[in-house]
Design a protein around this ligand. Structure first.
Ligand code: HBI
Length: 96
């Protein structure tokens, strides 16, 4: 099933409930920057999220430098934001 791209209205409504996330300039992704106590904590979070991503078949774009993790969520198959990105952002927030 190809995920459906959110309308701008749906996107803005979803983002209103995700105050820790920022809309990327092109409007096609949401981003959050995380800082953990140290690398081990950061990588442990990434390991947990990797398992979740595999389970839901939706994968973050992310960058890790020592204790920092920068996450970008977008749905390649939809060419922008979908409900999968909203669900993953909520799941990430619940993991922290
Ligand atoms: N992850 N972020 C993201 N976007 C996708 O379109 C996507 C994915 N993970 C797996 C996936 N699509 C598969 O369903 C195939 O479409 C590659």
């Amino acid at each position: 099933m190809v995920p459906t791209r959110l309308t701008d209205t749906q996107r803005d409504a979803a983002l209103a409930e995700l105050p820790e996330w920022r809309l990327r300039g092109d409007g096609l992704a949401i981003e959050r920057k995380l800082a953990f106590a140290d690398f081990a904590e950061a990588f442990g979070f990434m390991a947990r999220l990797a398992i979740h991503a595999e389970k839901v078949d939706h994968h973050p774009e992310w960058r890790n430098v020592y204790n920092r993790v920068e996450i970008t969520l977008t749905t390649h198959d939809a060419g922008g934001l979908s409900l999968r990105d909203v669900a993953m952002a909520r799941a990430i927030d619940a993991m922290l």
